[in-house]
Unconditional design. Sequence first.
Length: 420
Amino acid sequence: MPVLDTPLQIGSARIRNRLYRAPVLEGAGSGPDAAKLYARQFVGNARAGVGLIIQGNSCIYEEGRTSPGMTLVNTRERVLRLGEMVDAVHPEGAAVFLQIGHGGMYAMEAWHHPYAAERKGPLIAPSKPPWFLRPAFLRAPVHAMTTEEVRAMAGRFGDVASWAREAGYDGVQLASGNAKLVHQFLTPFYNRRADEFGGSVERRASLLRAIREAVAERAGDDYACTVKIPVDEKSPPLTPRISFEDGMEMCRLAQEWGYHAVTPVRLSVLPDTTLTKGDIPASLWRNKTMKRRLREAASSRVQWSLLMAGYVVGSVRNPFEPVWNRAVFTEAKRRLSIPVFAVGGIRTTEEVNGILDSGQADMVGIGRPFYAEPDLAARILGGSDEPRRCRNSNFCVPAEMLGMRGTCYNPAVKKTTAAT
């Protein structure tokens, strides 16, 4: 039997095969129909055979989302309502994890005009922003969290995990990348704290230990708890960053502290398109709805220019390359005994099987291509060598930021899909 078809145990969760839908923002929001909107996508993915679905980043506090379409999981009631989707997915055979996090200083209250105007308090972060970023936060004060506030936040992660288990989710993943709040704690680019959560690699990573302890205490030690780990960060010249070895040490610490799996990823310290790689997202000016929403969100010319620069410069510096995280997940797999998740630029059946059959990772994730091909899992599991429809145009990325529905926005892909 091919490795792809073999099940895998991750904490209390049994995954039927080694293919997972990586977390992306589906734009379902937090309204009464959120569960139905998620189910509309996930049930079809599960029916096509995917082993695990990781629901895109959901926010643990009322403020801190990075998009109007991001789901809030700040109360037990909100999480339990999402159980309707989990109950619809499970009969199709797939497991569902909930990714949880917070945007920190890059929460939409910092830049999205309607939400910034109604902000209830300052943005939260591990430390004050680096001096060269402070002009971007003149209208949005940033509060460096106290030690007690950090401990309370770790407890909130534990609460949300316990609610997720009650709702039927099979596990959780920490959203600790993409320049979000947990990532901001992990990297010396942002974290200049002098308490137990700042300083050395282990001290910066100790937030992960506090969160893991809270999840074990409140949701159960066996409840699947997984984490993304930033490795070999990109950062501006002459600024501190997480090196390759720093990232590997964080992976080792995550294993030592009881995480059931890790996803090591190369990232940028800035919220640009380094994460997604690919083309410049021309949908920002070609798609009328996106263009209008961006103007409404970033009402000042400075804000609009900064957001556009992040997309354009990030895309120019980071063109698409297949399996771009191979070096980091392969080395993590060599050093660790817990499962390692591979993600990043994986597109073909050959790539999926090559990673698994050579023992480079235990699970293989694909994210954005599911927008273009909801039944992608059936093709991968069936061994199809048909070219993937996703063209890595990044047209879908601004939609995620602006709270629009998670789908493919490339007209050329839609035309091809309609013709088949």
